[in-house]
Ligand binder design. Structure first.
Ligand code: SF4
Ligand code: SF4
Length: 419
């Protein structure tokens, strides 16, 4: 019989969870962003019930795990991953290339964690999914070759797109007004700077239209997300330090970003994982715009007359708990009618671009994107709107025959302001 070790009792939540074991401690006492061994005692809470495969919506139970639905094997769902993680921490299983692949063929979208009724898994499974990647890197089994290639480029040229740092602000039109004394920076991010430059232009134009004093940091580096999400924590921390030093040198007190991945890194990972206390207020563009709407500091002059649907990016939604601000902004724009997809908010189906899967597992990534695009088309909306350049770029790459349009929220806000 397999013995389950519960040595560190402080990690269990008292009298909660299906086992109702008295050793389960207060959820608040458990820490996040720890190494794999820290979670060893709670990994075996999984009852292998399969609840994490689906989320309950109006139409019933709908699938939520792209990894499991594509992999079609228990190991790819969270239940299987929990068991594998427990087995390696308990020396019941050896690390192999295949084991590492299972943990990398997962977009770390965290839809599974939202379904699990066991408090420790619900709250912390995302932590050990990441810790398993960290461990794979320590064992020399991660990241995947494609991820390694782009990570090396991030170290050389500060972006994962094989582009030059000197070209980072090529998108910047000469008519954009900046103030070099500004305490507010627009952190553009790599995907926006090199692949979705319209988002950068629209955001900068919005800031100008609202007469916000801001500046773009020419020496901005990748936020480190593509490196961090593939388990290369130490490298990502080095990248983060360069950015934090730059923010300090430039006297930055507030940052606006239009990227979900950058937002999560700057607002949470830099502080909680890397211990880089920067003291800077970080806002995602929709949060900033909502503030302006609530203070009646923004005027929309144009009726967009559009039926849209909204995709929750994982890094803003499940990772950071931001579901309503983008919706509130969209609903405030004249002429926008928002129809929800069946799977939304906590249950949203991932676009399939995050967690390094788009570079390393192209078929899996397209499978996830196509399922989301089909779901958007089913709503009869004319456009699929989101608040992340990586999601938008993924949709553009996978939408066929112009079956639905896709927009970042910045484009709609800017159009509505311009009149
Ligand atoms: S992770 Fe939670 S929902 Fe999934 S199989 Fe285990 S106990 Fe069930
Ligand atoms: S994080 Fe997303 S892709 Fe990975 S197991 Fe959970 S639901 Fe599936």
């Amino acid at each position: 019989m397999i013995k389950v070790a519960r040595k560190d009792k402080s990690k269990f939540i008292d009298d909660k969870g299906i086992t109702r074991i008295k050793t389960v401690p207060d959820q608040q006492k458990m820490e996040r962003h720890k190494e794999l061994d820290y979670y060893k005692d709670v990994l075996y809470q999984c009852g292998k019930c399969g609840t994490c495969r689906t989320g309950y919506q109006e139409k019933g139970w709908l699938r939520v795990c792209p990894s499991g639905e594509f992999g079609k094997f228990e190991a790819f769902y969270l239940g299987g991953k929990n068991l594998l993680a427990w087995a390696v921490t308990s020396d019941q299983l050896k690390w192999t290339k295949n084991l590492a692949n299972i943990f990398y063929q997962c977009s770390v979208c965290l839809a599974c964690t939202q379904q699990c009724q066991i408090p420790e898994i619900h709250s912390y499974a995302g932590e050990w999914l990441m810790a398993m990647r960290e461990k794979a890197v320590q064992k020399g089994l991660g990241p995947m070759p494609e991820q390694k290639k782009y990570s090396e480029h991030v170290i050389r040229e500060y972006n994962p797109y094989m582009e030059k740092q000197k070209d980072r602000t090529n998108w910047l039109p000469s008519n954009i007004k900046q103030s070099q004394d500004a305490k507010l920076a627009y952190f553009v991010g790599c995907t926006t700077s090199y692949r979705e430059q319209d988002i950068a232009i629209n955001t900068a134009e919005i800031l100008n239209a609202l007469q916000v004093d801001f500046k773009i940091l020419n020496d901005e580096h990748c936020c480190g997300s593509p490196v961090y999400m593939t388990g290369q924590t130490e490298k990502a921390k080095e990248i983060a330090k360069v950015n934090v030093d730059l923010f300090k040198k430039e006297g930055i007190e507030k940052i606006i970003t239009s990227c979900a991945g950058c937002y999560r890194m700057l607002k949470e990972t830099y502080l909680k994982k890397f211990g880089l206390e920067h003291g800077i207020e970080i806002l995602h563009l929709p949060e900033f715009i909502l503030e302006k709407i609530n203070n009646k500091e923004i005027e929309f002059n144009n009726n967009l007359n559009m039926k849209i649907t909204y995709h929750d990016p994982c890094h803003i939604g499940r990772h950071m708990g931001i579901y309503e601000p983008p919706r509130e902004v969209l609903k405030s724009i004249p002429g926008i009618s928002l129809i929800e997809m069946e799977r939304n908010r906590q249950n949203a189906w991932c676009c399939g671009s995050g967690g390094g899967v788009r570079s390393a597992f192209k078929d899996f990534s397209s499978f996830a994107a196509n399922e989301r695009i089909e779901e958007a088309i089913e709503t009869t909306a004319e456009a699929l709107v989101s608040v992340c350049p990586f999601c938008i770029n993924q949709f553009k790459a996978n939408i066929e025959n112009n079956s639905i349009k896709t927009y970042d929220i910045s484009e709609l806000i800017n159009k509505a302001i311009k009149g």
